[in-house]
Structure formats: C-alpha cells, structure tokens
Design a protein around this ligand. Structure first.
Ligand code: FAQ
Length: 348
C-alpha cells in the first residue's frame, strides 16, 4: 500500500560504525529540515517511532470507538435517506481506523497488540467519544462539530513528516469533509424546523461545544508532546492554535444556524480578530481521560463485546487460510475487522 523507499545511509552513518548513531541522527534531522518524508524502512530515532505509534494508534482507536455514538442512531434515523447517509459515514470511520492501523503497523507494531492495548484500557482514544448521543440532533452536532474539529486537526497531518501517516490522512480528510457537511445539514434542517426541533439542535450544541473544544488536547502550556512533535514536523500547529482556528470558523456557522454558543464570555476581539472563549474546564477533560467520563465504561465494554463476538470470524478465517496455504494462520484483514456494534446503550 505504501511506497517504501530504502534509505541507504552513507557509510559513516551506518549503525555500529564510529559516530554512526550521531551521524544517523544528524542525517534524520536534516531530512526533517528539508521537509522530506520519512518512510518505514528509513532509519529513525526510536523516540520518533514511539511518538508516531502512540499518536497514530490513539487516532485509529478514536475512529473505531467513534463509530459507537453515531452507530447508536442508525436504527432510529428519521428517514431512509438519513439512515443511508449515516450508515455510510459510520462505515467511513471504520475505514479510517483500518488505514491508521495499517500506517501504525509500518512502524513495526502488530495490530493485534494495538487492539489489546485498547481493549485492556491502556491505550487512549479521543475524549469526545465518551459522551452520549441523547437525541437525533446529536448526530448533526457530531458531524458539524466533532468532524469539523477533526478536519481542522487532521488537514495539517497531511503534511506530517511520516509518509504513511501523511498519505492516509489525505483520503481521511476528504471523507471527513463530507461528514462535516452532512452534520451541518442536519443542524440546518433542525434549526429551520419547528420550535421543538430548534430546541433539540440548541441542546445538542450546548452539550457538544465544550467537549469539541477539548478534543484539541490540553493547552500548549501543559501539553507534554507538542514541542517535540512540532520539531519533528509530526504536528504542524499547536493544540491551542488549532483550537482557535476551529473556534473562529465555527462561531459564525452557529450564528448562521441561529444557535447560541453556550459560553457567556465568548466575544470577538477586534485587535486579534479572533473569537475569545471563557475558561475551559480542564477538570472535566482530565476526568474523561482518567476513565470517568459519562460513557467511558460503556464504550470500552462495547468494543470488548464486539471483539468477542467476532472471535469466530477470526478463527474461521484463520482455518480457511491454513487450509488453502494462504497468508498464514492469522490473516490481518479478517482478524481485525471492526465487528458490528453490540453494546450497552450508555443512557442514549
Ligand atoms: N482525548 O501532549 P499532548 C475523529 C492526551 S478522530 C484523549 O497535547 P499530543 C474522527 C495525549 O494523547 C479524533 N487524550 O499530546 C471522527 C497525551 O497522552 P499520552 C482523534 C488526549 O499527542 C469523527 C496527553 O493527553 N484525532 O474525531 C486528547 O501531542 C466523528 C498529552 O497531550 C486524532 O487522534 C483527547 N482529546 O496531541 C470519528 C488526531 N488530547 O499519549 C468518528 C491525531 C490529548 O501522553 C466520528 N492526534 N490527549 O498518554 C493528534 O493530533 C494529537 O495526538 C492530539 C494530542 C492533538 C490529539
């Protein structure tokens, strides 16, 4: 799937040669400086590899867990058209997870190990997916706000220094853009609907606004990884920069919908030309990251149940592969398909 150019280091840069490590590091830094893509078979510092595995796998887990809140509404979509669109969207998110697991695998970690980290609670996934979808308007709010935030964060990752991650992100961003529009269109329909529908849209905005703002991660002052990831050009903007871009784009959209952002302190600063929000409640963010959000338990439980429900598929695929002398006893594609949802409803 990926172009894997062999990086043949100059003789003095070969591991084991005198000064080899330092020369390899220098060469790597120079390539980053020249904005070259680092490919899977190229030499890279272990910390760079580990940072990518961490970020890409958290991203992959987010896509897969992110199927759950909206998947919850497929059977209750208000029309056949809405249902078809929602099925396609949720399926896209599953696809994004698959590309991202593939990209992580190019760094030398097995998908099974990444899934184990998710299922036993060691791995993080985006805080946003630990909130419940209480009404149909939440499906609109997720598309509009959550996919909107995801695009803002992910477009710069198309220029990330690691080739497979950057390339995976190109297609993902195109699909996220469709997702954002379908969400906005749902919100528009509700905002132009009956008083009850408008109230539903407003309620969804009230509940999803702050969690969407928090999706961008901790403030720059407290972010652990931003400085190094910016140096390595994995991240191109800081968490606060992206958060601000999202706020600036989204506030006028809420105005267009005739909805009110749930922040009494929100104001436009004429000097900086930015919308400034009131303080973010980071204690809520921390609680969600520590597993104490409204749906953390249900989300993980749903993934564990689905994984168990898919066991027979993995076993059947492995037996088939062994019988036909195929790719071995553990074919990846069948072993790690995101199985259909079988979850507790998380008060949704
Ligand atoms: N939730 O030092 P930083 C989507 C963790 S996909 C949970 O700032 P970094 C599509 C962070 O991992 C949404 N944990 O870290 C969709 C780190 O923990 P660690 C996911 C968070 O990596 C839409 C610690 O806090 N998108 O929505 C969060 O430099 C609709 C310190 O943070 C991506 O993954 C959080 N919100 O920056 C699907 C994009 N924020 O590892 C379905 C790629 C931070 O030290 C429906 N990822 N943490 O234990 C990134 O851009 C970055 O990883 C950030 C975090 C910006 C998320």
């Amino acid at each position: 799937m990926y172009t894997q150019a062999l990086d043949s280091p100059a003789p003095e840069a070969r591991p084991g040669s005198s000064g080899g490590q330092a020369a390899l590091e220098r060469r790597f830094e120079e390539r980053i400086e020249r904005d070259e893509k680092i490919e899977p078979k190229d030499w890279m510092p272990d910390a760079y590899r580990q940072t990518l595995i961490r970020q890409i796998s958290q991203h992959a887990h987010s896509e897969i867990v992110g199927m759950l809140p909206e998947g919850n509404w497929i059977t209750r979509a208000p029309s056949l058209r809405r249902k078809a669109v929602l099925i396609a969207k949720v399926q896209d998110e599953g696809g994004h997870g698959m590309y991202l697991y593939s990209a992580a695998e190019t760094l030398g970690i097995a998908r099974a190990e990444l899934l184990e980290q998710l299922l036993d609670g060691r791995a993080k996934y985006s805080s946003i997916f630990n909130y419940p979808t209480l009404t149909w308007a939440d499906v609109g709010a997720i598309g509009w706000l959550v996919d909107g935030a995801a695009i803002m964060n992910q477009i710069p990752i198309c220029r990330c220094s690691y080739g497979p991650y950057a390339r995976a992100m190109v297609r993902i961003c195109k699909e996220e853009s469709f997702h954002q529009r379908q969400g906005f269109e749902i919100m528009l329909a509700l905002a132009r609907g009956t008083g009850e529908q408008r109230a539903m849209a407003q309620d969804a905005l009230n509940r999803w606004w702050w969690p969407s703002i928090m999706m961008f991660g901790p403030s720059d002052a407290t972010s652990t990884h931003t400085a190094q990831s910016m140096r390595w050009r994995i991240k191109r903007f800081t968490n606060d920069e992206l958060r601000q871009k999202f706020i600036d784009v989204t506030v006028p959209q809420a105005e267009f919908l005739g909805l009110k952002i749930p922040d009494p302190a929100l104001r436009r600063d004429e000097i900086s030309q930015h919308y400034l929000t009131g303080p973010i409640d980071w204690s809520e963010f921390k609680a969600v990251l520590q597993g104490n959000g409204p749906c953390n338990h249900e989300r993980l439980q749903a993934r564990r149940t689905a994984h168990e429900a898919g066991r027979w598929v993995r076993e059947a695929a492995a037996a088939y592969a062994a019988k036909h002398g195929g790719r071995g006893a553990q074919p990846r594609s069948a072993a790690h398909i995101a199985s259909p949802r079988a979850e507790a409803p998380c008060h949704e």
